[in-house]
Every structure is written in C-alpha cells, then in structure tokens.
Design a protein around this ligand. Sequence first.
Ligand code: NAP
Ligand code: MG
Length: 484
Amino acid sequence: MNQSPENQWPLSPALESQDHLQLEKSYGLFIDGEFVSSTGSKKYASINPATEQRLSRITESTPQDVDVAVRAARKGYDRHWSRMKPSERGKYLFRIARLIQERSRELAVLETLDGGKPIRESRDVDLPLAAAHFFYYAGWADKLDYAFPNRRPRPLGVAAQVIPWNFPLLMAAWKIAPALATGNTVVLKPAETTSLTALRLGEILQQAELPPGVVNIITGHGNVGKALVEHPGVDKVAFTGSTEVGKTIQASLAGTRKRSTLELGGKAANIIFADASIDQAVEGVINGIYFNQGQVCCAGSRLFVEESVAQQVIEKIKDRVQSLIIGNPLDKNTDLGAINSRQQLNTIQEYIDVGLAEGAIRYQPEAPLPDEGFWCRPTLFTQVSQASRIAREEIFGPVLAIQTFRTVAEVIQKANNTPYGLSAGVWTNKGSKIFNLSSQLRAGVVWANSYNQFDPTSPFGGYQESGFGREGGLHGLQAYLDIH
Ligand code: NAP
Ligand code: MG
C-alpha cells in the first residue's frame, strides 16, 4: 500500500493490473527481423527495482553478435531500406506509431515494472511521447527535399544507437524514428537494467512487417555498447548517457569517418523571480526535480530563488514534498517510484552524505519506505554554496540544491557556472526577463513558466559537456543525413 503522509487521508491502493502482460522467461537478440540466440551463452537477470524480483533473463551479446547485427543492418540498408520509396518508409513508421498506441497499456506496465518509474508517468508521458515521435518523423519521411531544399539530403547508412535506462522506450523512439525516416538502418543497444520494452518493440517491428535488418536490437552491458560504436561497419553513432562515457566514445571516434551525436548529462538551473506566480513555480520545481525520481538528464537540480521570496518558496516546497507519495510504482497514486538500480541508489546516497558533510542543510519528509527495493526520499538542501559538489555535479536522483540571488546579472552568472548546459527554467511574469534570460543562459532548452515539457517538433540537446547535436524536430533529421 502507498505510504501517505500523516497529514493526509490515506489513499486506497489503485493498482494498475498486470494480467495482460506476458513475459518470456528469457530473451534472445533481435537481429535480421528475428529473435535469435547469442553466439555465446551468457545471460543476466532484469529485475523489478521496486521488489528486487527477477522479471526475465536477458542476453549478454558477444562481439560476434555485435558483428552479426551490424552486418544485418548493412544488408537491411542495401537490400531494402535504401531502395524503398520514402513514402513507403513513412508508412512503416506510421504503422509502428499506431502499434505502440494500441499496445500502450502493456508497454507502460512493462516500463514501470522494469524501470521503477510511476505508472502515471509511463502511461501519460513515456508512451504518448514515444508514439508521437514515430508519428512526427513518419510525416517527414517523404518530405526531406522540402526540409532541406536544394541540398540533396542522403542517408548515412548504418546507425549505432546506445541509450540509457531512465526513459528506455522513449529514448529508443527518439533514436529509431528519425534514423528510419531519413533512410538509415539501426543497431540499438538499450541499457542493461531496462531492455525489456526495447525487446517488446522488436515484436512490434515484426508485427509491422518491417523488412529484416532495418532495426536490430542487441542487449548487454557497457562493453557491448563499446563494441557497437567502435565497429568499423557503422556510419553514425548516436549516444545518450553519461558525460563520462560520452567522452570515451568521442575519443574512440576521433579520426574515423563516423558521424556522431552525443546527448549527455546536465545540471539544470531552475530560476524563480519574486514576480513569478509562486504556487505555479513551486509545482514546476517539484515536477522539475522529482519527476522520474530525478533520474532525468534535464532535471531542475539547482534551484535559484530571488532572495526576497526565498523563505516563502522554500516553505512551500517543503510542504509540497511532504505530500508526495512514494511507493509501489504500479499504483496510480504514486508520485515517486523506485530508483532504477542499487548502484544508482548508492550514488545518490553518497551525494546526500557529501551535501551534509559540506555543511548544507537537508530536508526530507518522514514517509516510511517499503522494505524491499531501491528507494530514496525526495530531498532538498538549503545553505548550498556555488562550490558545493551537490551544486556542481550531476546526481541523477531526487535531490534539489537551493541557492538564492539578488540581481538578474548574478543569477545568470551563477546558472551558467557549470560544465553542463542542457536545460534551464525561468519563472517570472515579465516577458522581457524571459527573453533576456533565454538568450543569456547557456542551455539547449529554456522553459519559461513551465518545466519538462517535450514535443517531437522541438529540438533537444546540449551545450558544453552536455553534448552536441539535436534530437527532435527538423534538427533531429539533420543528424542522420549527409547534406551538401
Ligand atoms: P551511461 O552509464 O553512460 O550508459 C548509457 C548507455 O551506454 C548504456 O546503454 C550503457 O550500458 C552504455 N555504455 C556504458 N559504457 C559504454 C561504453 N564504454 N561505450 C558505449 N556504451 C557504453 O548512462 P546511464 O547511467 O545509463 O544514464 C544516465 C546518464 O544519461 C546521465 O548522465 C544522464 O544525464 C544521461 N542522459 C542524457 C540525456 C540527454 O538527452 N542528454 C537523456 C537521458 C539521460 P549499460 O547499461 O550496461 O551501462
Ligand atoms: Mg529492470
């Protein structure tokens, strides 16, 4: 049962049913249109982080499997995808989009079971956006000449795509949809802890009768991703994940002909001015940092509040945090689900200890946590300094570092004082301030009086150590095309 805070009426459980979801005991690799066995024999468990129970067994791909998958993608490119009329390619994408919609309940439940995120998010955010990406890029497939007039856009060939665990199916959609719309074929490696929805997507691709080899899905740990991006048969690398791994990938690609886009970490500033609608801003801050347990690259993990309203804002945030419901991710009332893995939970806890050791003041609600699984209470720190590690480093968890400011110039300087630059938020009732800040903040996305809003039509990506290249919108097409 969900743990409701003491000052609330307890909510009855509202569990999403999982009867309709059938899982295999063990999964192979999706190569050349079929589920096949590995050339090796290694498997590992994919667990439910809310219960620590095993959901299924996943294949650890061998270097030989990687090679077979890349060759299948090349064959798929040469025999099918590059020969097909763009409008026909578009039809497949529309079909995939519709199948994702049709099977969205099953996919949402699976995403929640495997990853630990609340069903409300997987149902209302991940799934609709994943389908929307396929719909959006389906529409572009036969209009590339209009997107890039007189520039003869041509596909690159085989794309190696490696994705993280925080939005498994959505990240797969962000990667696969633009690649296919532009005429490329794909080998995708999902994260080791969250491969199940990607494998189910393989079933959907079969159902859509996508020609063999056009999309291949191989599972395994980081070394499988490494073998994939370093494979000489790959023309393009698209990576989403940590800055650390992104840097090693970029180093390994130096001097090769491969094109690349890297979507890496972030340490976003959410900025509240005294003239903002305070209640709306507080909701935005809560959404910004506690959405998906803060395991979001664009999480609003640094909050800057104008000094004159700081006390009021902090009190309101504490009240709101107190009312958040942590517990069974399959319960429709749940606000915060489980942390994705024990390893990630340990990292977050280390950062909370660092914050305390650095002298910041911690606040956490009292709510009891379930006995099994990986859980972290929503946490906020006040009395944080610019030099503090919790204000500088990406934590990737539900931990908010709060600082104050007095002038516009000061907050711009503080917000930009980071090696990252993925996203930011500005809360004010003055349009002029929004224009001023959005042009001066070094961030790929600046949300104004909102946060964590996504749409397939708008490009997403970072500055500095948050990576380069854009996903979404027209820009997302460009990353998969040779344009003269
Ligand atoms: P990660 O450790 O970098 O892993 C990302 C993916 O790369 C996983 O599939 C991983 O496999 C694989 N991998 C690990 N080492 C590799 C190597 N040497 N070569 C190639 N692939 C390798 O990141 P994560 O912990 O899963 O995800 C969290 C990070 O992703 C955060 O930093 C977050 O900010 C970032 N992120 C960025 C965006 C964005 O759009 N900018 C979006 C979401 C997340 P394993 O699963 O086996 O480790
Ligand atoms: Mg799992």
